[in-house]
Design a protein around this ligand. Structure first.
Ligand code: FE2
Length: 376
């Protein structure tokens, strides 16, 4: 390596002190992991992957690991009260605890972020079994949520030391869900910029898009949002905060029921949204309903698209465009009884944005649900 190369390499490292290879897994703390795993397999088409619990020497909790293409979910439930997981569920209901990020060096990730002000959740920890080692570290983010940094370059095992293969006779087919596109966090009143600065300062992210309450307000409820992205764009975290409207913001409803800040939705990419959503619907996943009038004018706004409008309108799939292309997206209703976490299914056809042109139709659909719950 000559001096120019060294300079370039140093420059690169200086610019990205936290290189991320994407989302490693998402861990949910849930009241009944056995049933939750069944739900995600049945409804969303995940496959059984790994298991840890009393049979594997873990005495206080059970975790089921499920996977579909590049998406890995861990569903964890406590076996007793008086522990952090049970407290988390009592306070928040079922929800996301961990957004784990894939890194090349978990020790460096921890040092770089904690030295920039992150509060440590887990000091770098080496876990080994006969197939190698995984190094993990972690930091706190908003409220009780955390990021774990997972280094698995010296590991060939199924998921992680401590887990055994989960063989199941029940293996519903995939619904074509491919990878996590983005994860949105809802934070409290006037907290958005604090968390934007956290992702900038502590994790080296950039604010790539902003929406103020004029972009995102309907007659009643409003929110503000800024999209944070890491250097290579593999990891994107929009951050929402409630804004003053005539009535209660959807973010405020979330905060009331989640009892604090947390993950609002996980957007999952597919390469054929019509097929994916058709299968999800058949398996009982409930989506927000969009009025037929949306489809009367949508093509005037987005121009020509490859898909037929008929199946899109039948399923309630939304369309938006930006300078680089268009996208198709749809949102589930909350997937637990508290109106908190939901999923987005997204197919990008060039567009790198988040569906700003759909905010009005989408938020009116959310308001109809809020109204039905008596929370508007
Ligand atoms: Fe989204």
């Amino acid at each position: 390596m000559d001096t120019t190369q060294i300079f370039l390499k140093n420059k690169e490292e200086e610019q990205d002190f936290l290189p991320l290879q994407g989302t490693d897994y998402i861990e949910f703390y849930v009241g009944n992991a056995k049933q939750a795993a069944h739900f995600y397999k049945t409804a969303f088409g995940f496959q059984s992957l790994a298991y840890a619990g009393p049979e594997t020497g873990v005495k206080d909790k059970v975790s089921y690991v499920i996977r579909q293409n590049k998406i890995t979910f861990v569903l964890t439930t406590p076996l007793r009260t008086d522990n952090e997981i049970a407290d988390h569920i009592y306070k928040h209901g079922d929800g996301v605890k961990v957004i784990a990020l894939k890194v090349d060096d978990a020790t460096s990730a921890w040092k770089e972020t904690t030295s920039r002000g992150a509060q440590s959740y887990l000091e770098p920890k080496v876990m080994e079994d006969e197939t190698g080692e995984v190094i993990m570290s972690g930091i706190h983010i908003y409220d009780d949520s955390v990021h774990l940094f997972v280094e698995r370059k010296n590991y060939t095992g199924l998921f992680m030391p401590g887990f055994v293969k989960w063989d199941s006779r029940y293996n519903p087919t995939s619904t074509g869900l491919l990878f996590v596109d983005h994860c949105v966090g809802n934070v409290g009143w006037n907290q958005m910029n604090k968390w934007v600065k956290f992702y900038e300062d502590v994790m080296g992210f950039k604010n790539i898009l902003s929406f103020d309450d004029k972009d995102i307000s309907t007659e009643y409820s409003a929110l503000m949002s800024k999209v944070m992205s890491n250097n290579n764009g593999y990891v994107k975290f929009p951050i929402n905060e409630p804004a003053e409207g005539k009535r209660k913001s959807q973010v405020e409803e979330y905060l009331d029921f989640y009892k604090g800040a947390g993950v609002q939705h996980i957007a999952i990419a597919t390469s054929n949204i019509i097929e994916t959503v058709t299968m999800l619907e058949q398996r009982g996943v409930e989506f927000l309903k969009i009025p037929p009038s949306y489809y009367e004018t949508v093509l005037d706004r987005v121009g020509k698209i490859d898909e037929d409008l008929m199946p899109l309108s039948k399923l309630g799939i939304l369309i938006d465009k930006d300078d680089e292309g268009y996208l198709l997206q749809i949102f589930t209703k909350p997937i637990e009884d508290r109106p908190t976490l939901f999923f987005e299914i997204i197919q990008r056809k060039g567009a790198k944005s988040f569906g700003k042109g759909n905010f009005k139709a989408l938020f009116e659909a959310i308001e109809r649900e809020q109204e039905a719950r008596g929370n508007l």
